[in-house]
Design a protein around this ligand. Structure first.
Ligand SMILES: C[S@@+](CC[C@H](N)C(=O)[O-])C[C@H]1O[C@@H](n2cnc3c(N)ncnc32)[C@H](O)[C@@H]1O
Length: 221
């Protein structure tokens, strides 16, 4: 698939949902407050953070006090506009937002202590390309915190998503389980340090949570 077609497919839904995105999360992902707390706990104070596929900026806003500096990117312009409004309202100064493609990040090698990619790799057509870029921009010893909807964790979840996609054209391109996400991350050259599956009783799908490290002994290999 050529890049223009792929980008169009990846951003279309989120462009439209942008003004209603936060309400959608509140309604369908009751796990978010505890998920964001867990992400914040895995970020050391003073870290430089990249939030890949930030959406309306939930991770960036939650960890702003902990991080020294945050770049937050998304392929959808309208969601970035929503995120900027919230940051301006709160007067937060250490977050910079821009519209970028996770498959080609405009950052130098080894720039970040932490990259977070919350609930988005399954919404990318070729997540391996994003993971390769994420590894490149991480410092040696730096960490990726990746979460995805665990649709591949059971046949029931897979079936429900197939039906949901049929009626809504919801852009889920991968129905991942923990093993599949861990293996994708390992292929990108990052070593899994922590893994977990979280589920709020009111949510339909669980969330897979992985922290993975770029080896300390390598430099851009
Ligand atoms: C389910 S939303 C998650 C947003 C946010 N991380 C959160 O947890 O609320 C998925 C996001 O992935 C973004 N996305 C999809 N493909 C992308 C790509 N190639 N580069 C950057 N962002 C992408 C979409 O625009 C959308 O905002």
């Amino acid at each position: 698939m050529n890049t223009d077609k792929r980008v169009k497919k990846e951003r279309k839904h989120w462009d439209k949902l942008a003004p209603r995105y936060d309400r959608y999360i509140e309604k369908h992902w009751k796990i978010y407050p505890s998920l964001l707390d867990k992400i914040a706990e895995d970020i050391e104070t003073g870290s430089t953070v990249l939030d890949v596929a930030t959406g309306t900026g939930s991770v960036a806003l939650r960890v702003a006090q902990r991080a020294s500096r945050i770049h937050a990117i998304d392929i959808s312009g309208p969601v970035i506009e929503e995120a900027k409004k919230k940051v301006d309202e709160k007067g937060i100064k250490n977050i910079e937002f821009s519209v970028e493609d996770a498959y080609s990040l405009p950052f130098n090698d080894g720039m970040f202590d932490i990259v977070v990619c919350e609930n988005a790799l399954h919404n990318m057509i070729e997540p391996a390309k994003a993971l390769s870029e994420i590894r490149r921009v991480l410092k040696p010893g730096g960490r990726l915190i990746a979460t995805v909807a665990g649709i591949g964790e059971s046949r029931r979840f897979r079936f429900m998503m197939t039906i949901f996609k049929f009626f809504t054209a919801f852009p889920v391109f991968h129905k991942l389980n923990l093993g599949e996400l861990a293996s994708m991350i390992a292929k990108s050259g990052l070593a899994t340090m922590k893994k977990d599956i979280m589920k709020h009783p009111k949510d339909v799908f669980p969330v897979i949570y992985i922290v993975a490290e770029r080896s300390n002994s390598e430099l851009n290999t």
